[in-house]
Design a protein around this ligand. Structure first.
Ligand SMILES: Cc1ncc(COP(=O)(O)O)c(C=O)c1O
Length: 438
């Protein structure tokens, strides 16, 4: 049987994933510095399970509503603003993307998404037969991430159907500031495109000031949120879409979303009915998680924040980015230092190229573990990196400015990002599954 082209295999499984699987098969312990499943780190709340159990009784008689139960949408509107009629519940934020892609674009059309960025956008777009154009963000120390306006304008000229913003970015942590927001609004007007603002990490601000596009009425705007981050409860499977925009367009878009929602009816009633109570419980969960992230970012800076390493500014989110000196692209060690790290030190870290970080060799770490444990992991990582970088260990000089380094990251355009299942080898809940390197 021939599978659809959406499942055409391109490239090979990357060396990091293979190496990790080899070690695990051999029973060698691997410490996972990428794990961003909050339920592994005691960040959930028992009260959440109790609230869902109570709501299960009320859900015994099924009363389907394509948008989700009114009581849930009223609670969302009370919490985040807007009208309950402009909210749609979904089984996850990921599902929300696929509904929006189905509503907004025809097969073969394009959506724009940030690079570096959340790797699941590519496969979600592929499932809808869409192509992804990258909107490139650049990192400048000490200001943080800023956008290349030309890539936005060019995407608009080429007629993308939607601009995806991740606010704050994963893994960049960058919030969309007002000037950048205006740029996207203008681009949407030019292209008659929609804005999709994924704000699942919005409440987790660290070194920056949070922003939101919720309620933007200049262009058709979808703001996405969900319980996987807000309650540290990815297993509850509940996300939502808030629609805003010019009145004449909101009506037609809303009717299309109603049709998709009515086709799937994918939201589970107990969690949806518990939502008013769950939103009440989210405050303490967010605060506790934020304090953990803050403490871990401080620890990361203490251990890996000095030359020859650098911890990038992190305005929000659940990830820390550590820059490495350029040298680790030594063929003797494999082009990717993360392969060496897992093989020699039993430390699994994501390389920056998983997320299209293209400017510098970098590592991406989850900031979720308990802080003592996290500090210990950072020290182990530093010790391993020092071994890797010891004088004479690496024989190769850095490439001259402007010369492409063979160890440089892969790029989205090469279509190599074939993911494994979310629960698969990469074992993450908010990051790349198992990217392939070309
Ligand atoms: C930026 C971003 N958006 C959406 C999601 C998916 O959320 P959900 O679990 O609701 O599908 C994730 C991670 O899992 C994410 O990192």
């Amino acid at each position: 049987m021939r599978l659809s082209r959406r499942f055409a295999r391109t490239g090979q499984t990357n060396e990091l994933t293979l190496e990790r699987a080899r070690l695990e098969r051999a029973g060698r312990p691997v410490t996972d510095l990428t794990d961003s499943n909050p339920t592994h780190f005691g960040l959930g709340s028992q009260a959440v399970s109790d609230a869902v159990a109570r709501a299960a009784a009320a859900a015994r008689v099924y009363q389907p509503d394509p948008k989700g139960p009114p009581v849930a949408r009223e609670a969302l509107a009370a919490r985040f603003g807007g009208s309950p009629d402009h909210y749609w519940l979904t089984a996850s934020t990921s599902e929300a993307y696929s509904w929006l892609f189905a509503v907004l674009a025809d097969p073969g059309e394009q959506v724009a998404a940030p690079a570096p960025g959340y790797p699941l956008i590519d496969p979600l777009a592929r499932l809808a037969d869409l192509r992804v154009r990258e909107v490139r963000w650049h990192y400048l120390e000490p200001d943080g991430w800023c956008l290349d306006p030309m890539t936005v304008k060019r995407s608009a000229e080429l007629g993308v159907k939607a601009f995806v913003l991740i606010n704050p970015g994963n893994p960049t942590g960058a919030y969309v500031d007002p000037a950048t927001r205006d740029l996207f609004v203008e681009a949407c007007r030019t292209a008659r495109a929609a804005l999709i603002s994924d704000e699942v990490f919005g409440p987790f601000h660290l070194e920056g000031r949070p922003t939101t596009l919720a309620g933007c009425d200049q262009v058709v705007t979808f703001t996405l949120g969900g319980l996987s981050k807000l309650l540290c409860a990815p297993g509850l499977k509940l996300g939502w879409i808030r629609l805003s925009g010019p009145n004449d367009q909101v009506k037609a878009v809303g009717e299309a979303l109603d049709q998709v929602a009515d086709t799937f009816l994918s939201v589970n009633s107990p969690v949806a009915l518990a939502l008013p109570e769950l939103l009440e419980l989210s405050g303490p969960v967010v605060e506790r998680t934020r304090r953990r992230l803050e403490a871990n970012l401080t620890a990361l800076r203490q251990v890996l924040g000095q030359e020859p390493f650098r911890v990038r500014r992190c305005d929000g989110g659940w990830s820390g980015i550590v820059d490495l000196p350029r040298e680790p692209a030594d063929p003797a060690l494999g082009a990717d230092p993360t392969v060496w790290l897992v093989r020699q030190a039993g430390l699994a870290v994501h390389p920056g190229w998983f997320y299209d970080i293209a400017d510098h060799p970098a590592l991406v770490l989850s900031l979720l573990p308990e802080t003592d444990d996290f500090q210990d992991r950072c020290h182990r990582l530093r010790a391993a990196l020092e071994t890797l970088l010891a004088p004479g260990r690496l024989g190769r000089p850095s490439p001259a400015p402007g010369v492409k380094d063979p160890g440089q990251p892969s790029r989205r355009g090469s279509d190599k990002a074939v993911p494994k299942p979310r629960s698969g080898l990469a074992r993450r809940s908010n990051g790349p599954r198992s990217r392939r390197r070309p």
